[in-house]
Design a protein around this ligand. Structure first.
Ligand SMILES: Cc1ncc(COP(=O)(O)O)c(C=O)c1O
Length: 365
C-alpha cells in the first residue's frame, strides 16, 4: 500500500502574528465596518513600510485598479498600454472605465512588459502605461518611466503581486503616479480580501479617497457631486493587515530563501527561472519556472499533482480571452504562458518539502 504524502498547496497565508488579537479588538470595540483605528493605522504603516507618502485602503486589488484609473480621469476614448501577460483584473479595470487596453508583449527574462515594444503602441489617445510586476519580479522601471516622461503619459503600477519587490533599491509601487496592491488570501501579505492605492501625490490620494467613498461632499451631508463608489475596506480586514505588516520582515526573506532552495535543487536542469538580480529584486510572490514546452510543463504539473503537490499555470495572455480577443500575436507572452508554472511558494514551506517537490520535478524532465 502506498502512503500519499501530505498535500502541499501552492499557497497558504501565514496568520501566526497578532491577526486574531487585532480582529478581536474590532469585535470588542464594535468597530467592524470601514471606520476604525486599524484602517488609518494600516494605511499609515503600509505607506511608511514602502516609503511612499500616501496610501488609502480599498476592498480588493481589482477595485484598487479601477479607482486608480478613475482618479487619473481615464475614460472613454482613452487608451491604456498594458502587458497582455497579466492577471485579467489589470485589463478588466481599463474596460470598467470605458478605456481601451492596448497590449504589449513581454520580455523573455522578467516576463514583464517589454519596454522596447511600448513606443510603437503609443497613439494620440494613449493616456497611461499600466506596468504589472508579475509574480514578484519588477518591471524595467527606468525604461518605462523614460517612455512616460517622453510621451507625457501617466505611470500606473499594478503591484498586486509585488509587495516587497525592489527595483534599484526602491520599492515597487513607489515609482508610479499612482499604484495598487492586492491583499487577497494568497498574496505576500493578506487581509483576506483587500487592496491599497498609493501615491506620492497628495491630490491624487485625496481624489481617490473621495471617489472610493461615494463622492460625498466634504461640506454637505448626503450630497454627492458626482458618481462615486463604495470601495472601502473594513476595520476587520485592516486589523489583519496591520498584523501582517508586523511580520513582513520575516515573510519576505523567507520567500527569497525558498527561491534559493528551488534554484539550488534545479540548477543544471533545463528549467528556467524568472529573472532576479541585485537591481531588479524579485520578492517571489510565486516562485515560477519555464519548461521546454507546453508538453513538458503539463507533465511536470500532472506528476506533482499525482504526488499531492499543487501548482498553477502562468496566466493566459489577455489578448486570447473572449472579451479582449485580437488577431495580433504576442509571441513571447504566448510562449511563456504555455511553458510556465508557479511552484508552491508559501513562507511555511520547509527545506524538506522543497526538496520533495524538486525531486519529483526532476523525475519527469
Ligand atoms: C496582477 C494582479 N492585478 C490585480 C489583481 C486583483 O486583485 P484582487 O484579487 O485583490 O481583486 C491581482 C490578483 O490576484 C493580480 O494578480
Amino acid at each position: 500500500m502506498s502512503i500519499k504524502n501530505e498535500f502541499i498547496p501552492v499557497y497558504q497565508p501565514q496568520l501566526s502574528g497578532r491577526e486574531r488579537q487585532y480582529v478581536g479588538q474590532c469585535f470588542d470595540s464594535s468597530w467592524i465596518s470601514s471606520k476604525g483605528e486599524f484602517v488609518t493605522r494600516f494605511e499609515r504603516e503600509f505607506a511608511a513600510y514602502l516609503n511612499i507618502r500616501h496610501a488609502t485602503t480599498v476592498s480588493n486589488g481589482t477595485v484598487a485598479l479601477h479607482l486608480a484609473l478613475k482618479t487619473l480621469g481615464i475614460g472613454p476614448d482613452d487608451e491604456v498600454i498594458v502587458p497582455t501577460l497579466t492577471y485579467i483584473a489589470s485589463v478588466n479595470a481599463i474596460a470598467y472605465v470605458g478605456a481601451t487596453p492596448v497590449f504589449v508583449d513581454s520580455e523573455e527574462s522578467s516576463w514583464n512588459i517589454d519596454p522596447g515594444k511600448i513606443t510603437a503602441k503609443i497613439s494620440q489617445k494613449t493616456k497611461a502605461i499600466l506596468a504589472v510586476h508579475l509574480y514578484g519580479a519588477p518591471c524595467d522601471m527606468d525604461s518605462i518611466s523614460d517612455v512616460c516622461r517622453e510621451h507625457n503619459l501617466f505611470l500606473i503600477e499594478d503591484a498586486a503581486e509585488a509587495f516587497g519587490t525592489k527595483y534599484r533599491g526602491q520599492y515597487a509601487g513607489s515609482f508610479g503616479d499612482i499604484s495598487t496592491f492586492s491583499f487577497f488570501g494568497n498574496k505576500t501579505i493578506t487581509t483576506g480580501e483587500g487592496g491599497m492605492v498609493v501615491s506620492n501625490r497628495q491630490a491624487l490620494i485625496e481624489r481617490a479617497v473621495y471617489l472610493k467613498s461615494q463622492a460625498v461632499s466634504l461640506t454637505r451631508e448626503y450630497w454627492h457631486d458626482e458618481i462615486g463608489f463604495n470601495f472601502r475596506m473594513t476595520n476587520i480586514c485592516a486589523a489583519i493587515g496591520v498584523a501582517q505588516l508586523e511580520h513582513a520582515d520575516k515573510i519576505l526573506p523567507k520567500k527569497r530563501e525558498l527561491a534559493d532552495w528551488y534554484r539550488a535543487d534545479l540548477a543544471g536542469t533545463s528549467l528556467v527561472f524568472q529573472a532576479d538580480s541585485q537591481d531588479a529584486m524579485n520578492s517571489y510572490w510565486m516562485v515560477s519556472i519555464l519548461a521546454k514546452d507546453a508538453i513538458e510543463r503539463d507533465h511536470i504539473r500532472q506528476h506533482l499533482k499525482n504526488n499531492n503537490i499543487e501548482t498553477r499555470p502562468l496566466f493566459y495572455p489577455a489578448h486570447t480571452m473572449p472579451a479582449f480577443k485580437t488577431e495580433d500575436t504576442y509571441p513571447v507572452a504566448e510562449s511563456l504562458s504555455s511553458r510556465g508554472l508557479n511552484l508552491p511558494s508559501y513562507p511555511g514551506l520547509t527545506r524538506e518539502q522543497v526538496a520533495q517537490i524538486t525531486s519529483k520535478i526532476i523525475e519527469v524532465i
